[in-house]
Design a binder for this molecule. Structure first.
Ligand code: MG
Length: 372
């Protein structure tokens, strides 16, 4: 069993809505940037990270895969994928320039591809390859109904439809207006429309400062918010800890954290309750499992961020005992051989061998971008 080829790829897939915005980003496409890894026995695995479809930076990821990682992988036994993770992540020259950013996103794609390849060869879905499902059901929460770019009326109607027509019992709404009272009014209108039983999480995408967050949480204290995600600048451990001490709304974060060590710092400081690792920003499945075990050891729930739009995280959520709920954004699912599927607010358990990361050939053809 020997790796014979590593083929990077870039897909820019249009959103199911023409464009969306949160407090800090506005996008029209999702970037699926990754690698196909081929073994001499004919098996192949796909892995990818998620981007904002910015071609120049996507090419930095694929050049890291082809020029830096591929030479370290060719000729290796892909079954040694945990050793290979160490070989790539701790390569002295790459560690010198990396440990976060481009090198870590590229590592995520490669690592996921190796897990996909190995579970395909074993003939089982990734959750089974990891050791089997520890959960009967993985509930989904819908993020795609709550973008900041929606009007208040759209927000209410989207929320009502998700709950009454699609069966979601959990939703997430974006916040982050310059005047936080606007957000409180929008959230109150949704709460009135969908009643007290539906769980509403909110997401600030790191825009506000600490006093703004404190004032907002005080004004929103009667809305029964399930969590406040990324209230503050992503790397600011002390301010998140201060906010967590000041409000009864649980703090959620992790989608912008690159390493096990970063999660360790937030957890040690009491700065996070809902832990949100992402295989596409951590170093793939391998490092995700380390973060998940860390959360489990602290009895903190995991609610993964879906940078791969849940194609991989649905496996990890069925597998890992610290998993609680999983984000649902249906932008790219129709471009995969085994798309994620949610019915009545619950994820279908994948049953095909692999990590559900194999793109459809037609999508590769139509939405693929040149690497140089
Ligand atoms: Mg978020």
């Amino acid at each position: 069993m020997t790796i014979t080829a590593v083929h990077p790829f870039i897909l820019h897939l249009p959103l199911t809505q023409s464009s969306i915005s949160d407090s800090t980003h506005s996008i029209t496409h999702w970037g699926v940037v990754g690698a196909r890894i081929v073994s001499d026995d004919g098996h192949e695995g796909f892995g990818f990270t998620g981007t904002h479809a910015h071609l120049a930076s996507d090419r930095l990821v694929t050049s890291c895969i082809s020029d830096s990682y591929a030479p370290l992988l060719i000729g290796e036994d892909e079954r040694d994928h945990r050793r290979l993770w160490m070989k790539l992540a701790r390569h002295p020259a790459l560690q010198w320039v990396g440990r976060a950013g481009i090198t870590q996103l590229a590592l995520a794609a490669v690592d996921v591809a190796l897990w996909d390849l190995n579970s395909k060869r074993a003939g089982v879905p990734l959750w089974k390859y990891l050791g089997g499902a520890t959960s009967e059901r993985v509930e989904a929460y819908n993020t795609d109904i709550g973008w900041l770019s929606f009007t208040g009326e759209q927000l209410v109607e989207n929320s009502r439809r998700a709950v009454e027509e699609e069966g979601f019992t959990r939703i997430k709404l974006k916040v982050g207006h310059d005047d936080p009272s606007v957000d409180v009014e929008r959230l109150a209108a949704v709460r009135r429309a969908i009643g007290p039983k539906i769980r509403i999480a909110i997401d600030g995408n790191g825009k506000w400062d600490l006093p703004t967050c404190m004032r907002f949480c005080n004004a929103a204290r009667d809305l029964d918010l399930f969590w406040f995600e990324e209230p503050l600048w992503y790397d600011d451990v002390a301010s998140h800890a201060a906010l967590a001490r000041s409000t009864a709304i649980p703090v959620a974060l992790g989608e912008q954290l690159y390493t096990l060590d970063a999660f360790k710092a937030f957890i040690a400081a009491g700065a996070v309750t809902y832990v949100q690792p992402d295989v596409t920003r951590l170093g793939g499945v391998t490092e995700y499992l380390q973060v998940a075990d860390l959360a489990l050891a602290h009895r903190l729930p995991i609610a993964p961020h879906a940078g791969e739009m849940s194609q991989v995280h649905v496996h990890l959520s069925y597998f890992h005992p610290a998993s609680s709920i999983l984000e649902y954004i249906p932008w790219i699912k129709d471009h995969f051989a085994e798309p994620i599927s949610v019915r009545d607010g619950v994820y279908a358990r994948p049953e095909q061998p692999g990590a559900s990361t194999t793109p459809l050939p037609a999508s590769m053809e139509r939405y693929g971008k040149a690497l140089r």
